[in-house]
Design a protein around this ligand. Structure first.
Ligand SMILES: Cc1cc2nc3c(=O)[nH]c(=O)nc-3n(C[C@H](O)[C@H](O)[C@H](O)COP(=O)(O)OP(=O)(O)OC[C@H]3O[C@@H](n4cnc5c(N)ncnc54)[C@H](O)[C@@H]3O)c2cc1C
Length: 344
C-alpha cells in the first residue's frame, strides 16, 4: 500500500495547530493534524486571554472569569488598572482545546490524537500511531505547531536561544482579583501572577531562562505565594519552557506557528493569541501564496519591543527595578496602553 498523502500535515494540536487546521479545512484543503496527547487541550498554562486577543472570538461558556480590573504590584507601587471592557479573561485549556478540535473537525479536518511524530524529512512524516505502529505519510506543506521544543524547528536546523520558563500551580478555591507581581526580589525581571478561574486559582511565575533555573524560580514562587497567604508547599507544580526566539515562519513549504515559531512574548509569556493569529495567517498563506501575512510581521515587531525591555532589565538589579517602576508609572499615566502595548 502506498504512503497516505495530505495537502497539509500539521504537527501539534494546541491553539496554533487547531486554528490552522480549521481554516484550511474550511477552504476545502485536505489537512491532517497529529497530536501526541490522547486528549487535546491540557497544557501547563495560566489560561489568560485578552480583550484585544481572543476574548471576543470564543463562546461565553468557555470563559471561566473575566476581569475589568488588573492589580499590579511592584517594590514601590500598587496600582489598579481598570477598563470598560474585560482586560483579561481566564479559560480552561482542556475546554478550549476540545472546542477548537470540534470546530476543526466539523469543517473537515482530519485529527489523529495519540499519534507521536518521530521524524520529518523532506515532507515525509514518520509517526507512531495510537496502537504503537510506525506510519509514514506524505504532504505538500508541513506545519510545525508543535510547541516550544518543536521537532519541526529542530529538523529545519533553527536554533532556540531565547526561552522563558513558566511555572504554574492550579489550586482549588476562589479569589477575587487578578494580580501581577513585578517583585524583582523574587522574580528578577519576570513576575508572579494570580489568575483566578471559576473554581480554581492559577498561581505562577514567569521569567527568562538565562537568569534562573526552574528549581530556583519554583522556590522563589513558593516563598512569594506564602507571603500572599497561599501555601504551595507539597502541591503539584507544573513547569514548561516558552520559546520567544522568532526567526521567521516560512521555510520553503515547511511552516512554523505559535511557540514553535517563537512568537510568544518574552516579556509576559503570553502565547495563546500569537499561536492563533500565526496559525490562521499560515493557513491563508498556504491557500493563497500572495497573502501578505502582515499580522505576523506586526506581532514580531511588538515582540521585539517586549524583548528590548527584557534585555535592558536583565543587565542588573538596579536597571531592572528602574525599568519596572518606570513601566508601571507609564501605565498609570496612560503613556503606555496596558491593553494595546503589553498584550500580544
Ligand atoms: C506556566 C505557563 C503559563 C502560561 N500562561 C499563559 C497565559 O496565561 N496566556 C497565554 O496566552 N499564554 C500562556 N502561556 C503560553 C501558552 O501556553 C503557549 O504560548 C501556547 O499554548 C502556544 O500554543 P501552540 O499551539 O503554539 O503550542 P502548544 O499549546 O504547546 O501545543 C503544541 C502541541 O504539540 C504537541 N506536540 C509536540 N511535539 C509533538 C510530536 N512530536 N508529535 C505530536 N504532537 C506533538 C504537544 O503535545 C502540544 O499539544 C503559558 C505558558 C506556561 C508554560
Amino acid at each position: 500500500m502506498g504512503m497516505e498523502f495530505f495537502d497539509v500535515i500539521i504537527l501539534g494540536g494546541g491553539p496554533g495547530g487547531l486554528s490552522c487546521a480549521s481554516l484550511l479545512a474550511e477552504a476545502g484543503v485536505h489537512v491532517l493534524l497529529m497530536e501526541r496527547k490522547k486528549t487535546l487541550g491540557p497544557k501547563v498554562c495560566a489560561g489568560g486571554i485578552t480583550w484585544h486577543g481572543f476574548i471576543q472570538r470564543i463562546p461565553e461558556q468557555l470563559i471561566e472569569r473575566t476581569f475589568h480590573e488588573q492589580k499590579i504590584f511592584s517594590n514601590f507601587q500598587n496600582f489598579s488598572f481598570r477598563s470598560k471592557h474585560p482586560v483579561i479573561a481566564t479559560v480552561n485549556r482542556l475546554n478550549l482545546g476540545q472546542w477548537m478540535m470540534a470546530d476543526a473537525r466539523s469543517k473537515g479536518a482530519h485529527i489523529r490524537n495519540g499519534w507521536y511524530v518521530n521524524n520529518v524529512d523532506n515532507r515525509i512524516v514518520t509517526a507512531t500511531n495510537d496502537r504503537g505502529k510506525q506510519i509514514r505519510l506524505r504532504c505538500d506543506h508541513l506545519v510545525g505547531a508543535d510547541g516550544s521544543t518543536s521537532l519541526v524547528r529542530r529538523c529545519l536546523g533553527i536554533p532556540t536561544a531565547r526561552l522563558g520558563i513558566g511555572i504554574n500551580y492550579q489550586i482549588p478555591g476562589q479569589y477575587k482579583y487578578m494580580e501581577w507581581h513585578l517583585d524583582n526580589g523574587y522574580f528578577g525581571n519576570g513576575y508572579g501572577w494570580i489568575f483566578p478561574h471559576r473554581d480554581s486559582i492559577s498561581i505562577g511565575a514567569y521569567g527568562s531562562r538565562d537568569k534562573r533555573t526552574p528549581s530556583r524560580l519554583k522556590n522563589q514562587l513558593i516563598q512569594w505565594a506564602g507571603s500572599r497567604g497561599f501555601d504551595l508547599a507539597g502541591k503539584q507544580a507544573r513547569a514548561e519552557l516558552i520559546n520567544y526566539d522568532y526567526r521567521g515562519y516560512s521555510f520553503d513549504g515547511t511552516w512554523l506557528v505559535g511557540d514553535a515559531a517563537g512568537l510568544a512574548s518574552g516579556l509576559t509569556g503570553e502565547g495563546i493569541h500569537p499561536a492563533i493569529v500565526s496559525g490562521e495567517a499560515v493557513a491563508r498563506k498556504i491557500i493563497d501564496p500572495d497573502y501578505p501575512a502582515d499580522e505576523i510581521n506586526q506581532m514580531a515587531k511588538k515582540k521585539m519591543r517586549h524583548e528590548r525591555i527584557v534585555d535592558i532589565s536583565s543587565k542588573n538589579k538596579t536597571a531592572c527595578s528602574l525599568l519596572m517602576e518606570t513601566l508601571i508609572l507609564m501605565i498609570r499615566l496612560k503613556v503606555v496602553d496596558f491593553q494595546k502595548q503589553l498584550s500580544m
